[in-house]
Design a protein around this ligand. Structure first.
Ligand code: NDP
Length: 347
């Protein structure tokens, strides 16, 4: 059977921005007959995520991620509906997800690599399993809980960078839910700042593309910063860390500003920032959502409950069509998304 798929056509090079030509839409031949243990599913939604930039390189720089292979279909988070099953756990009509879902209109995938989804957890809004009630939601929740040292009633100020994105937009709201008294977002446009404050309940927001970012942040955090949820790294993080209090905490979630550079992860910090961390006894442990498998299920249930109760507001940017998946990835890497960037492949 011939289906459409997106393959990795070329690598951008570790030190360069990726371009549209790195991806190619192709006809892909998938098996007509399933073998035992396999499932055929129609793709509904695909996720594009910053970590995929590392998978475009020959060496991802991380042992838990494999590079995408040239000429092979790209894969990542996906949600689909089972059409045919040779696996005892799945029947046609089941909604399923995988972290290794090929960018194809229809996939044949090993049953071992997928998980069944309960659409009631998201009130039928299945793309949420790739965002607020999926990996990015868990990243925000577990990042705050495991590394944030947030305490109810402690009058803490949290700053979130990459605040209008998938993880950041949730991390700030979770900061409030967990007890921070003030949550400040940093993001790349005035429109995003306005959405953070008016829709998502952030107390204030700073546009990092303005020259006044340092003073803007200081006026939003007059008492200094207790918790910093860091999605971006680089200069923005140097500024935030310079305004952190003694014994405060950085949640080292991601460093997207450095992903088009050939640097190790986490990238080295300027000496002045290292000195601030040391002098003020600021913790900055690396956080990886994959390291908490036992907290996955309870975390998803918590996120689902908050979303249903309206306590966690969800934003998505949805583009339609498998052929636009590469473009959606490139757009997300440059800030084209508000909330989670999703690709809708079929209805
Ligand atoms: P987002 O939805 O936040 O999308 C990426 C955003 O990054 C863009 O919208 C853009 O917003 C911002 N951005 C891009 N380039 C820069 C730059 N040079 N400086 C500042 N901001 C920039 O992505 P995710 O929520 O999926 O991921 C956010 C971070 O979390 C990433 O660093 C990712 O690697 C990390 N992550 C970590 C996990 C973990 O287990 N530790 C798991 C999942 C994600 P803007 O308009 O504001 O520039």
């Amino acid at each position: 059977m011939i289906v459409q798929g997106v393959v990795l056509h070329s690598r951008p090079g570790a030190d360069t921005e990726p371009v549209a030509e790195n991806f190619l839409l192709e006809d892909i031949n998938i098996a007509d007959d399933l073998t035992t243990g396999q499932v055929r599913a129609r793709t509904l939604y695909l996720s594009v995520d910053p970590y995929m930039r590392c998978r475009m390189n020959e060496d991802t720089g991380a042992e838990y991620m494999q590079p995408w292979q040239l000429g092979e279909p790209v894969d990542g988070g996906g949600v689909g509906v089972v059409q045919e099953s040779m696996h005892c756990d799945y029947v046609p009509g089941d909604f399923v997800t995988s972290m290794t879902w090929p960018w194809q209109t229809t996939v044949v995938i090993e049953g071992e690599l997928i998980q069944k989804l309960d659409s009631q957890l998201v009130d039928g809004h299945l793309s949420y399993f790739l965002g607020a009630v999926g990996m990015p939601g868990l990243t925000a929740l577990l990042g705050v809980k495991e590394k944030g040292h947030v305490t109810q009633g402690a009058n803490q100020t949290m700053v979130v960078s990459g605040a209008a994105g998938a993880c950041g937009s949730l991390a700030g709201q979770i900061g409030h839910l967990e007890g921070c008294s003030r949550v400040v977002g940093i993001c790349g446009t005035d429109e995003k700042c306005s959405i953070l404050v008016k829709e998502l309940g952030f107390d204030s927001a700073v546009n990092y593309k303005k020259e006044t970012v340092e003073e803007d942040l200081r006026s939003c955090c007059p008492d200094g910063v207790d918790v910093y949820f860091d999605n971006v790294g680089g200069q923005i993080s140097d500024i935030v860390i310079s305004q952190m209090k003694p014994n405060s905490h950085v949640i080292l979630c991601g460093q997207i500003s450095q992903y088009n550079k050939m640097v190790p992860y986490p990238p080295p910090l300027p000496a002045a920032t290292e000195a601030v961390l040391k002098e003020r006894n600021i913790t900055r442990d690396r956080f990886l959502v994959l390291n908490y498998p036992d907290k996955n299920r309870p975390g998803i249930l918590q996120l689902s409950q908050w979303v249903k109760e309206g306590k966690l507001k969800v934003r998505e940017t949805v583009v339609k069509g498998l052929e636009n998946t590469g473009a959606a990835f490139l757009s997300m890497m440059k800030g084209g998304n508000i909330g989670k960037q999703i690709v809708q492949v079929s209805e």
